[in-house]
Ligand binder design. Sequence first.
Ligand SMILES: [Zn+2]
Length: 288
Amino acid sequence: VAKFVKNWSCILGLVLGATGLLRGQNCSQCAEWNKPQTPFRIYGNTYYVGPHGLSSVLITGPEGDVLIDGDLAESAAVIAGNIRALGFKVEDVKLILNSHVHSDHAGGLAALQRMSGARVLASAASGAVLKNGRPGRDDPQFGELRAIAPVHRLGVVRDGETVRVGPIALTAHLTPGHTPGGTSWTWRTCEGGRCEQMVYADSVTAVSATRYKFSQHPEVQAQFARSFAWLDAVPCDVLITPHPDASDFWERTDVGRREPVVDAGGCRKLAEEGREGLKRRLGEERGR
Ligand SMILES: [Zn+2]
């Protein structure tokens, strides 16, 4: 009996240990985020292929396709299914890009890379995290982040660099703050002779681990300021954000309608909300 009790407590210890490990990796929202979404054309050659709560965008072309964001680990199968449902092939994805390395946008990258054989390109700071899958210590949310499956075939993009797959050309814009390597992407898409400036704008929310203070990190405040200024200035007809709700994507989108979800003020509004959020956070920190 003693042996049994000892073994049992050992198992209990393991379970508690695992629970401890998972503490701070709480993802009560993951199931909600990963709810299915019928994929659809946003505009021109640009399609929404993510689950309902996390964006993933497919840009198609004659020499291969580009995918932005892999979402959660469990989203990879959803995204692949959505690509197929639109009549495209996952194997045609030649290039995978990312907004930022948190598990809700980068958790599915490795699996999608495996399925497609695509190259992954990321900023240097994002690449460092993607390569080993472990959250970076310089991330404001460090300590409360989930690890992700490491990404293997990985290239680095610089700020302002344009990456191409055939005629598809996307430009990388480093927009750090939310994470050190946060990257936004812009491209142009035409449909019926009308062309729109597409912006996949990375998260600009000042979110952190419990003990972290933005007030103690003027360098991160400066990163945010530069990212907000970029959003203020970028030509922005159709805005897509990694969390669709962050830019009222579903209110702006009438799925199945052929009109684009044009909102020229979308990027500036996102910048304004980001500024307000950071200001509010700094105020709260003063009150602590
Ligand atoms: Zn994030």
